[in-house]
Design a binder for this molecule. Structure first.
Ligand code: FRU
Length: 506
């Protein structure tokens, strides 16, 4: 693959060429190698002809492309989304002499000659070389069906058995199954018609994570059920929602009737949690940074021969957010492997600006941290703002983001000033009401955000990742300048730190 294109992310995974959608089969092995598989069309820049592409990493930023892991087993039968587990105890019987056997569990989707969809069934393949090459199990499918919309199995281990969740997409049902050996599956329960339905449920995940208090101490644990819905997301196209609850090995019981979204923008879909993260620790996920509404039209296909990037790796746990209650935190994973030079380290009292020309940063990628403390809310007005924008002086392309500190205090992202992609569904503006990290609006005393920009993707993590926003954008010329403008009351302390990021593909 050629990773030098002006729109190619330098610290994110994107396929060598061709079309990528959902991340699949993600696991971390006993040596600490992270495996990412993904929905892959190696022969075109639109969806179809689904294989499982494969890449590995030691740090979740530097990826090595590996040979394709799963090929369509027959003509017009495609390998759709799914998951993988390390069968260290040889429950499956595939691995008599090793503890690093890998079993992939995925949907095979059959199509008829006239293009209509046949049955979608759940199947397995095993790998005796740690996840690089796979053999199809001879007695597939392991869960048969006559439905043409039953897919995306995700497997986890629960105490003494395997648990699989898969979507009956058009019935808005997540089916839960159990198995001792990954081959024989028993229906356990259904999780039906919860939250936003859209037109289909896809890519469910069920995962346990710690609940942490404000100091970070673990005070409990809970399960999270994520469901990706499309089309018909509130902002259009595809989006992922989640439910907090308890799981007893067969049934998921939501804590409340609240539907929460994993992202406040439009480009984070079908995220999957890595199998193999030690029990009790934070979970780690990657999403597909795109949206079915326009993913097959974005300009990277024609200009550079590839489409779609993953999100940056994110760390997940549950915490109690002031005013809005329990939420899943989605924060950027340890960036140190790619952190380069500190380009700015500034503090100002209320009013100030930071101007940075980063045209000499070869990756074009930056990491930004802004911390605002000592906010006197009685002095805030409708003009109290903190804006961060990125621009191309050559072409006038501009990406804007920032925070309005009064009113309903939203954080916003606006890609409307980006000129390289004209599409009716590529809507401009995304915002989230902030959660007042240290109390109600009247007592707001501090606010923080972290952001990463990488040529054609921008991700922000507001208030320690209580809210995350993921936006792709396609400038007509590379963005090379950053401008930050703080217009806050005197006495407010604003601290800004900016680093360049090292290309993981150079
Ligand atoms: C989600 C999805 C899955 C399916 C895969 C096919 O984006 O539609 O439901 O398995 O993509 O590529």
């Amino acid at each position: 693959g050629n990773y030098t294109g002006a729109l190619r992310p330098q610290v994110h995974f994107s396929p060598p060429q061709g079309f990528m959608n959902d991340p699949n089969g993600m696991f971390v092995d006993a040596n600490g190698t992270w495996h990412l598989y993904y929905q892959y069309n190696p022969t075109g820049v639109v969806a179809g002809n689904q294989h499982w592409g494969h890449a590995t990493s030691d740090d979740l930023y530097h990826w090595v492309n590996q040979p394709i892991a799963l090929f369509p087993p027959e003509e017009r039968v495609y390998v759709f989304s799914g998951s993988a587990v390390v069968d260290a105890n040889n429950t499956s019987g595939f691995f008599p002499d090793q503890d690093n056997g890998v079993v992939a569990i995925f949907t095979l989707a059959r199509y008829y000659e006239d293009g209509s969809g046949g049955p979608q069934t759940q199947n397995i393949a095993y790998s005796r070389d740690g996840g690089y090459t796979f053999e199809y199990y001879s007695e597939n499918p392991v869960i048969d069906s006559t439905s043409s919309h039953f897919r995306d199995p995700k497997v986890v281990w629960y105490e003494d058995h395997w648990v699989l969740v898969a979507a009956y997409a058009q019935e808005f049902v997540v089916g839960i199954f159990t198995s001792p050996d990954l081959k024989d599956w028993t229906f356990a329960s259904n999780f039906t018609q919860h939250g936003l339905l859209g037109a289909q449920y896809e890519c469910p995940n069920l995962v346990k994570m710690p609940v942490r208090d404000a100091s970070g101490a673990v005070i409990d644990e809970k399960y999270v059920m994520t469901i990706s819905i499309q089309p018909g997301a509130p902002l259009g196209g595809s989006v992922t929602e989640y439910f907090l609850g308890d799981f007893n090995g067969t049934h998921f019981t939501p804590t409340d009737a609240v539907t929460r979204l994993t992202d406040f923008a439009k480009d984070n879909y079908a995220a999957q949690f890595f199998y193999g993260v030690p029990d009790g620790q934070n979970q780690i996920n990657l999403g597909w940074a795109s949206n079915w509404q326009y993913t097959q039209k974005v300009p990277t296909g024609n200009l550079e021969g590839w489409r779609s990037t993953t999100t940056a790796p994110r760390v997940n746990y549950i915490t109690e957010a002031p005013r809005i209650g329990l939420v899943m935190v989605d924060e950027i994973y340890d960036l140190s492997p790619i952190l380069d030079n500190k380009l700015k380290e500034t503090t100002c009292d209320g009013v100030g600006t930071v101007a940075l020309d980063y045209s000499s940063v070869e990756s074009g990628a930056l990491y930004i941290e802004v911390n605002v403390t000592n906010i006197n809310t009685t002095l805030l007005t409708e003009y109290s703002t903190l804006n961060i924008s990125f621009a191309s002086p050559a072409s006038g392309d501009i990406l804007q983001s920032g925070f309005y500190f009064s009113g309903d205090t939203p954080f916003f992202i606006n890609r409307g000033g980006i000129k390289g992609f004209d599409n009716i569904f590529f809507t401009d503006k995304f915002s989230v009401a902030d959660v007042y990290s240290s109390g109600s609006r009247d007592t707001l005393a501090s606010w923080s955000t972290k952001a990463i920009i990488d040529r054609s993707i921008f991700e922000v993590f507001v208030d320690r990742g209580i809210h995350a926003g993921t936006v792709v954008f396609y400038p007509s010329q590379p963005l090379t300048t950053l401008n930050l403008a703080s217009r806050l009351p005197e006495g407010t302390s604003v601290s800004v730190n900016i680093w360049s990021l090292k290309s993981a593909w150079a």
